[in-house]
Design a protein around this ligand. Sequence first.
Ligand code: PMV
Length: 313
Amino acid sequence: MPAFSSSAPGKIILFGEHAVVYGRPAVAVPVTEVSAKVTLTPNPRGQPGELKISAPEIGLEAMLADLPAENPLARAIRLTASALKVSHIPAAGLRIKSNIPVASGLGSGAAVTVALMRSLSAFLGQTLPDERVSALAYEVEKIHHGTPSGIDNAVITYACPVYFIKNKPLVRLKPGRPFTIIIGDTGIASPTAVAVGDVRKAWQAAHDHYEALFDSAGAMADSARKAIENGNIELIGPLMDANHGLLRKIGVSCSELDRLVLAAREAGAWGAKLSGGGRGGNMIALASPDRADKIARSLLEAGAARVIVTDVS
Ligand code: PMV
């Protein structure tokens, strides 16, 4: 029996993080410069159900049976097997390789889950349609995020730019013109569940104020969708700046993110903002392709741990 592999990209949220948890629209795009790959290799000498999991980047080496039920990998495996009505998975080694930084807003958890579900279903001789993969990955996202909107599993499953509203059919976006995004990593790991939980407490304490902030973020995502589809790239930068201002008011920026956002703007970006859960993780900047290198250098000089340049097309 051959080995079965599947890969899934990272992602960034261009507009609407946090507000999307409260039913407002958001825009996200895949980042193919980073990815997670999961390979299942049959072990003919093992007992059925004996699954050895190794994820060298996070120092994990364990048997499935020894992982707690709420472990995201264990949950992804069990959800997939039960969706495919398989009670005994043949013995195998499951290897996870990912260069997506963890807890940094690039969707590492969802990418591992999606790649795992697809490689495991292929290993079991079946195919899970994309809607099922995304829906099952959403269940695993609950472990990572607490109360996820579902945007990460959606954009990573479909691997295309998306306009997303929680519990509504996904809209695939076709940019009218390609554009370049520079991603700067603060190097600070920031679990999304913590930021999302803090925003929820703040929303409960000042409901109307936060609802108004979320409405503004939603309106920006709507304007950005039109600008992207119509190829009016020059309109996107100011919207990113405004969205970053809102995210600061929502309380999810930090001095390191603000510093990188400022450095990108000073180096000639058309706009910049934090991306994802915030409090660390990544920021993004929009610029003309010929400025991308200069902005990348400025971000590194301003303290970015690493920079990725990606084209959205
Ligand atoms: O995974 P992250 O850090 O990109 O965060 C996802 C975006 C949030 O809106 C903060 C949470 C969610 O589930 O949508």
